[in-house]
Design a protein around this ligand. Structure first.
Ligand code: ADP
Length: 598
């Protein structure tokens, strides 16, 4: 179990909240300004409404002047009406619209940032968790922080206005009330400390429980769960964590109740003291009137309540700032893959010059060197984990080399403008993905335009998707996946792979990388696909990663990878003649195939 405690010191918590405030201000200044103005107005309302009540009572007590009372009541009614209208107008008309608008801008900001992230970021679990957390909770947490800040401002303004009013009644009383309210706030801080400590203790338990909830609810685990006993272990773990949680809750509640009892006794005692003190000033010394009496009494309650709320908001903001910390890490992560400024006009050659690479500590590519000329067909072969896919990721600049150089047309790949470089590359990934969009949009990778119809249909035909396409009622306008629409179509693994291949065919790429393009296809589809590739990639350079000898037989050159090195290279015939590792792999495959036939 991970023993790391997530704790945000107060200073950092303040910094984090300022970070969220600044970012929200940058994205939607109107939203923040309006919410803070409303905080000030509602804060002042506490003092103003109390002022009207006290004035009316004072007039009743001292002069009983009806005209004066009438004017005061009219003023109070007008003020209340104006305040309520302003409140309604803001919360019903302005706030919901501004909030949605802000959330839209915030999501857009996050999406752009996510797009800029290096692939390497996804390899760091801690960063990845923060990233997912930020993406999922950003809207709620940002809005909550702004709400807390505006409410704290409201409470401060309200406390100040109420305190100013009591000062006009009697300075000594106001100091006494302020002192007692502050003292009850100290007891409250001690009680909240118990909650805070409890939350820190709970982090580990909640993290583990949350993982188990995801484990039982996410589709990606469903198959494994059914085929193993791992779910029993998970349930046991869940029960164990639930018991730990119960023990911690009991411990925390005991301590918190003790502080609560002290707080209740203190509150009773102070209320009694203030009541007696005020009654003495009203009846015996006549230093205060009934209006002042009422103001001072309700101020003592109000101030205690307002201070409590300020304290609660500070605790809440501290907890929320844990989230801000994650967002900050995510937003402040700079891409290490920097774009150069050389435009790539036409692809002529690709050369690996003693390239070595490591994802983390261990090298997965060692001194890899090879050269591919435009128009050639190349195959990377080798057992799993040999480094073939990693090599292609370096070509696409999804990662940068650790040592050595990759040259395109004799120029270091890092000097090219990354957009211009990637526009010349096409790839079918081993873990290809189709998106929740129409077939046409999936193939063209953009919004569908009627003028692209021919290109899309040709690409689908060449990727051997035509038979399936003919059976789809909406043709290329068929919505894929059920993510957006219940009527969406879910394709088989092989069909999805054909869509991914068509995506490459539909674009004018000059260097195409095909990582196991026929892994999910049957032999006939594979044969037809090879014809499709021949037709489509006639003038293109193609790098295949494949175990299929039906492909390697026809390429110009094969590179055999083992443990991150190229151990053999040559044409199929040359490598068979060599009787090395490639030949061994080929014969093993042929033998298996013959056994299957028998
Ligand atoms: P191949 O394509 O030949 O099967 P890969 O290039 O995918 O091999 O992987 C080469 C090595 O790099 C393997 O040991 C693999 O576990 C490791 N590897 C691949 N991707 C990552 C990653 N994102 N982080 C850490 N190691 C990785």
């Amino acid at each position: 179990m991970n023993k790391k405690k997530e704790k945000v010191p107060f200073k950092k918590s303040v910094k984090n909240n300022i970070f969220i405030l600044k970012m929200t201000l940058r994205l939607h200044p109107g939203f923040v300004i309006m919410r803070f103005i409303m905080g000030i107005i509602t804060g002042l309302n506490h003092g103003i409404s109390l002022f009207f009540v006290s004035e009316i009572l004072n007039v009743l007590d001292r002069s009983a002047d009806f005209t004066k009372i009438m004017w005061l009541c009219a003023g109070m009614a007008l003020y209340t009406l104006a305040y309520e209208l302003c409140f309604e107008w803001y919360y019903k008309l302005i706030f919901p619209r501004q909030k949605l608008d802000f959330i839209r801008k915030l999501h857009k900001h996050f999406f752009i940032k996510a797009n800029e992230l290096d692939l390497a970021c996804y390899d760091t679990p801690e960063f990845y968790n923060d990233f997912v957390y930020s993406m999922r909770n950003s809207d709620k947490s940002f809005i909550r922080t702004i709400e807390q800040l505006a409410e704290t401002l409201k409470n401060i303004i309200a406390s100040a206005s109420v305190f100013a009013l009591v000062l006009t009644v009697n300075p000594i009383i106001s100091i006494v009330i302020l002192g007692l309210s502050l003292l009850s706030m100290v007891i409250l801080i001690l009680r909240n400390g118990v909650y805070f400590k409890y939350n820190l203790e709970m982090n580990d338990i909640w993290r583990k429980k949350w993982y188990i909830v995801r484990f039982f609810s996410l589709a990606e685990y469903a198959k494994e769960i059914r085929l193993s006993n791992v779910s029993d272990n998970m349930m046991n773990e869940f029960n164990k964590e639930a018991e730990n949680e119960c023990t911690a809750v009991k411990r925390m509640q005991l301590k918190a109740s003790a502080y609560q009892t002290v707080l209740e006794i203190f509150t009773c005692a102070t209320t009694l003291f203030i009541l007696l003190f005020l009654s003495y000033k009203l009846i015996v010394t006549r230093e205060v009137f009934i209006g002042g009496f009422t103001v001072a009494l309700s101020a003592s309650w109000k101030l205690r309540w307002l201070f409590t709320d300020i304290q609660n908001k500070i605790v809440q903001m501290n907890q929320d700032s844990l989230y801000a910390d994650k967002v900050k890490t995510f937003l402040e992560t700079e891409s290490k893959i920097k774009s150069g400024d050389v435009e790539l006009d036409k692809f002529e050659s690709l050369e690996f010059e003693n390239v070595s690479f490591k994802y983390k500590d261990e090298y997965v590519l060692n001194n890899v060197s090879f050269k591919v000329m435009a128009g050639e067909r190349i195959a990377f072969v080798g057992y799993n984990g040999a480094g073939k896919t990693t090599t292609t990721k370096l070509i696409m600049r999804l990662y940068d080399v650790t040592d050595g150089r990759i040259l395109i047309n004799g120029i270091d790949i890092r000097d090219y403008d990354i957009v211009s470089l990637r526009s010349k590359l096409g790839a079918v990934f081993q873990d290809y993905k189709v998106f929740a969009a129409t077939i046409a949009e999936n193939v063209i990778g953009d919004s569908y335009n009627e003028k692209d119809e021919r290109i899309i249909i040709d690409a689908l035909n060449d990727s051997t998707f035509q038979t399936k396409l003919e059976n789809l009622e909406n043709g290329i306008k068929t919505e894929l996946t059920r993510e957006f629409y219940d009527t969406g179509t879910d394709l088989s693994g092989g069909e999805n792979q054909k869509i991914a291949i068509a995506r490459v065919f539909a674009h004018q790429n000059e260097l195409v990388i095909m990582d196991e393009p026929s892994s999910a296809l049957d032999p006939i589809a594979e044969y037809n696909l090879n014809l499709g590739i021949e037709k489509n990639a006639k003038d293109k350079t193609v790098i295949f990663i494949t175990h299929r000898l039906s492909t390697t037989r026809h390429v110009n050159r094969i590179y055999m990878f083992e443990n991150g090195r190229i151990i053999e290279q040559g044409s199929h015939e040359e490598l068979i003649e060599n009787r090395g590792k490639y030949c061994e792999m080929f014969e093993l495959q042929a033998k298996k195939y013959r056994q299957k036939e028998e």
